[in-house]
Design a protein around this ligand. Structure first.
Ligand SMILES: [Zn+2]
Length: 68
C-alpha cells in the first residue's frame, strides 16, 4: 500500500512516531500515527487502532489512503 504524493504533501510530517503520537493526543478526535513510504516520516490518520474496517473503508484503502 502506498500513500499518494498529494496526501503526503498536504499532511503534517513528524520525524518520529513518538512526535506524531504526542500531537495526536492533543487532537479532539482519535488519531493514529503511521509511517509514510514517500517521505519516510510519520503522518496522522483518523483511523482508530484495532478497528475493523467497513467495506467502504477498505475500498478507500485500496484507492491510495494510508495503510491501516
Ligand atoms: Zn509522507
Amino acid at each position: 500500500m502506498r500513500t499518494r504524493p498529494g496526501i503526503c504533501n498536504r499532511k503534517k510530517r513528524y520525524a518520529s512516531r513518538e512526535a506524531a503520537e504526542l500531537a495526536a493526543r492533543d487532537a479532539p478526535f482519535r488519531l493514529r500515527a503511521y509511517k509514510c513510504e514517500l517521505c519516510r516520516q510519520f503522518h496522522l490518520t483518523s483511523r482508530t487502532k484495532g478497528m475493523k474496517l467497513p467495506p467502504h473503508e477498505v475500498e478507500r484503502a485500496r484507492s491510495g489512503e494510508p495503510p491501516v
